[in-house]
Design a protein around this ligand. Sequence first.
Ligand code: F6P
Length: 560
Amino acid sequence: VALPPIHIKKTMLPTALPAWQALAEHRRATAHLHLRERFAAEPNRFERMHAELNGLLLDYSKNLIGEDTLDLLCRLADESGAAELRRQMYAGGKINLSEHRAVLHTALRLPENTAPVYVDDINIVPQVHAELNRALDFAERLQNGTHTGCTGLPIRDVVNIGIGGSDLGPRMVAQALAPYQQNLNVHFAANLDSADLDGILRRVAPETTLFIVASKSFRTPETLLNAQAARRWFLQSGRSKADIAQHFAAVSANVEAAAEFGIAPQNVFGMFDWVGGRYSVWSAIGLPVMCAIGREHFREFLRGGHDMDEHFLHAPWRRNIPALLALIGIWQQNFCGSTSHIVIPYSHGLRRLPAHLQQLDMESNGKSRNRHGKPVDFATGAAIWGEAGVNCQHAFFQLIHQGTQVIPVDFIVPLNGEGADDGRHLRLVANAFAQAEALMRGKSEAEARAETADKGLPESEQAALASQRSFPGNRPSNTILVERITPYTLGLILAMYEHKVFMQGAVWGINSFDQWGVEYGKELAQTILPELQGTTPAGHDSSTATLIQRYRQQMGNKQP
Ligand code: F6P
C-alpha cells in the first residue's frame, strides 16, 4: 500500500518550532519553582499527574513541570509531526530512511486475526505468526523432551550465543521471568572474552546442551567466534558433525549463512529485516525465553507489548504513558540541562533492564544529524544508566542527592516480590518510595539544624554539620508501579520504553532505527587485527601504533 510521504520539512529542526521557543521561555520563567512548593500548592498534583494502563501506573508528578509545561510539550509533539511518523511506523512505512526499511516491532506483537500490515505489498502478519509458532513449537519439543540430544537424553541446558540485541533483551527477559522458568536452564554468552562462554561450558554437558546462535546478520564476529568455539567444544567431546543437528539452532535474517555454518534448516528460525536487533526480543530472538518460560507465558509477554502498542497509538499525548515519559525527558534534557537518565528497578529480576535500555535508547537516539542528514543544534539521546535498587543506594545515590548534576530517575517498583514473604520486599518498596520523596523534597539547612539541635554540639560545628546534611531536593523522578513482574507486565514495561525512545526520536527528527556509529570501530578492528598478528602497522596515530607495538612485544610468537 503506497503511503504518503512524511510531511516534516527536511530542513526543519525542532529548535525552530514555536513550541520549542515557548518551552525555552517557559523554563526561564519557572526555573525558580521548587517541587516541594509545587506539591504544597497543588494538593491534587498526583491525581492530575499520573497515568495508568492495565495495572501499570506512571506517577510523573515528581517532575519539574506544571500543567503549562505539559501543554507546551504536547504542542511540541504536535508541531514535530510525531503522530504522523507514529502512524507511518505502525502501517509499515519505511521510516528507517538510511536503510530503506520499515520499522515493525509492533507487528511482532499483533494477535493472529488482525488487520493486515503490508511491507512491499505483502501482508506480514501471517509470516510473523508462522515463524513465531515454529519457534514456540521447537521450544516446546525441547521442554517436553521430544527433541533430544544425540544420545537420546533430553536437553537440559540451552546456551544462547549472541550480542547486543541478540543477547541483552532475551537475557534480561529470561532473568526477570525466572520465577516462570520451567524445566530448561538457559544461559547467555555474549563476550568475546573466552571467560564468558568457557564459564558456561564448564557447567553443562555436551549431550544435554543445545546452542542457539542468535544473530540477525549472522556476520557479527563476536557471535561467530563464540559459536565456532562452542562447536569445537562439542566435537572435541567425541560427538560427530552429524550430531550438530540435534545440538545447534540459529535465529537469523540471514538463513543462508546459518545453513553454511552447518545448522540444520529445521533448526533455523527467521527474523525480518524490518525488526531492529534492539527491538527483536519479541521475535524468534526470544527463543531462549520461550525455552525458559514456555508458550503460554511468552504469549502473555507479547500481549503486554501489544496492549502498550494500542495505548501508544490511540491515547492522547496527555494520557499517553510512553509519550509522557518521552516529552518529560525532552523537557529535562533540552530545557533543564540534564545529560543522563537513571533507571532503577527495585526488583532483582530486572537487574539487567538498565543494560537493555542502554542499547535500546542510546543506540537508537545517540545521533547528531536529523533523519535527512542535517546536523542538529540541540542535545539528543541521554546517557542511560542504572542498577538494581537498593544496591545503587549504597553506590551512586550520594551524587544523585547532593551532587552538582541533576539526573532524572525512573523508579520501577513491583508491589509484590517473588521470594519469601518475610518483610524484605516491604522494605524494598519503602526504600524506593523514600528515595523518590527525598529527591523531590530535599532538606533545608534549618531542617538539618533542627535534627542536631539537642546533640550538645558547639554552635559552629552545628552550623557546619547542618550545611553538610542539607539536600537541595527539586530532583525529578518518575515512579512506575506494577502489581508484580509477570510476562504481561514485563511486556507492558518493555514496549513502554521502546515507544518512549521512538517518541523522543520523532520529536527530535532523528532516525532512531539505524546505528552507523557502531560500524566504524568494527572496521578499524579489522585493520588492527592482522597488525597485532605481525603485519606492519600503518597509518595510525602514535598512541594506537604504540599500543599495537606493546601487544606485539608482550605476546611475541604466542598469538593464536
Ligand atoms: O552493535 C551493533 C549491532 O549491529 C546491534 O545493533 C545488534 O543488536 C548487534 O550488533 C548484534 O547484531 P547481530 O544480531 O546481527 O549479530
